[in-house]
Design a protein around this ligand. Structure first.
Ligand SMILES: *Cc1c(COP(=O)(O)O)cnc(C)c1O
Length: 412
């Protein structure tokens, strides 16, 4: 353990500048969120539950408002009834689509969980494809940037009405797209086709930079509340934020055309959603610091990491090439044993629907599946890349990193 702590401390010294930048980021984003609460006059009365149809639910409506301001956008929908991030993204895609529309995917193939929703595989009932909406993926370049040539050519198709960007890397060995890159791409698309609406899958990206994609021209962003913007406290849910006209259309898709956002009650209190949003800048910073520490430590142990020191981060994911199935197992065991919940479980790889290779996962979270809590997973195939993320407190991340050092260097 002593040797592990020496490595951790040296890694922390190496990460000093990155940590300072994250401190500034947390401060800036805390201000952005606090301003949203003050603008909207959030008060204890907004913690009252509602029932039935939920007409005039001031708690729900004020949360939408606070979220809209925090996400630098005109309007937002924040709902426990949005079951996860995929649902939020599907609402954005389907809410803005009409039969015959084409969606140009500027970041290539979408995240796995969206493949059936789009109609690329699996149960196609009610998929976008079945509704007559096509999805055209334009892969990123080898360097991980936008393929502007192909995008420009595809924009001549007047049926293309929506462009789609996935900010986070998901499960691929690339950096997340930065707000600067997203900004450039949006300006490019809108300079050729100002009519095109741009949707950004913002999962894992919230509060990792001082701006959200909505501040740089995105029409709609969507994400999960058991990731960054829930601050570890929101028990479930998803959000959409963006231009008022787009959010209005999506609200009709969310409930009933004509009823939109007027209905929808919540018999528990929205208090953890508000409090989670308040905590989100800090918790996201803890996740980022944990990711930076793991990157430093694993680099010291000889592994290749992405992002590595100096790379601009725009999501909370840290990828590491571990190189062998044993190392994957050891690493995941270290994360699992360091978790507050289910620390006794032993992660083993197994087949999962939708994945070609067995997947190994480690997580021990207060909220099931919440990946703002420290967790790791990866497919069991060469070059054996583990994707880790989360950490409600940096101190927890640090303990897990020390445990990972022990496990990967074969010490008991
Ligand atoms: C998490 C995530 C989603 C949505 O996943 P859910 O599990 O449905 O919340 C979509 N895209 C990306 C990049 C994600 O990280």
């Amino acid at each position: 353990m002593e040797r592990a702590m020496r490595i951790i401390k040296e890694a922390e010294r190496n990460a000093r500048l990155e940590f300072e930048r994250i401190d500034e980021l947390m401060a800036g984003n805390q201000e952005r969120v606090l301003r949203a609460f003050r603008n909207r006059g959030i008060s204890v009365r907004h913690f009252s539950p509602s029932n039935g149809y939920g007409y005039d639910d001031i708690a729900r409506d004020a949360l939408d408002g606070a979220f809209a301001d925090a996400m630098q956008s005109e309007d937002a929908l924040v709902r426990p009834q949005i079951v996860n991030g995929s649902h939020a993204i599907f609402l954005a895609l389907s809410g803005l689509s009409k039969p015959g529309f084409k969606i140009l995917a500027l970041t290539g193939e979408p995240y796995d969980t969206l493949r059936s929703a789009i109609g690329l595989e699996g149960d196609a009932r009610h998929s976008l494809k079945q509704w007559g909406v096509d999805f055209l993926p334009v892969p990123l370049t080898a360097e991980g940037g936008f393929d502007y040539k192909t995008i420009e050519k595809s924009l001549t198709d007047t049926k293309v009405k929506i462009a789609y960007i996935q900010r986070s890397r998901g499960y691929s060995w690339r950096l997340a797209l930065t707000i600067k890159q997203i900004n450039e791409c949006i300006e490019f698309v809108h300079s050729i086709r100002p009519d095109i609406r741009i949707i950004v899958d913002n999962c894992y990206g919230e509060f990792t930079e001082l701006c959200e994609p909505t501040a740089v021209g995105a029409d709609v962003i969507a994400g999960s509340l058991i990731k960054n913007p829930g601050g570890g406290l929101a028990p479930t849910g998803g959000y959409l934020a963006g231009k008022a006209a787009c959010i209005d259309e999506i609200a009709n898709r969310l409930t009933v055309p004509g009823m939109g956002r007027e209905v929808g009650s919540y018999a528990a209190s929205y208090q953890p959603f508000y409090q989670g949003l308040f905590f989100a800048p800090h918790v996201t910073g803890q996740c980022l610091k944990t990711a930076v520490l793991f990157s430093e430590v694993l680099t010291m142990l000889g592994y290749e990491t992405l992002p590595k020191r100096g790379d601009q981060r725009s999501d909370i994911i840290q990828a590491v090439k571990l190189g062998s199935p044993e190392a994957m197992e050891r690493f995941c065991l270290a994360i699992q044993q360091s978790a507050p919940i289910d620390s006794f479980a032993i992660p083993t790889a197994s087949y999962m629907p939708g994945y070609a290779d067995p997947v190994i996962m480690a997580a021990g979270a207060f909220i099931q599946g919440a990946t703002t809590e420290l967790s790791a997973d990866g497919p069991m195939r060469p070059p054996y890349i583990v994707y880790m993320q989360g950490g409600l407190t940096y101190e927890h991340g640090r303990i897990a990193a020390a445990e990972a050092v022990l496990k990967l260097t074969h010490q008991p």
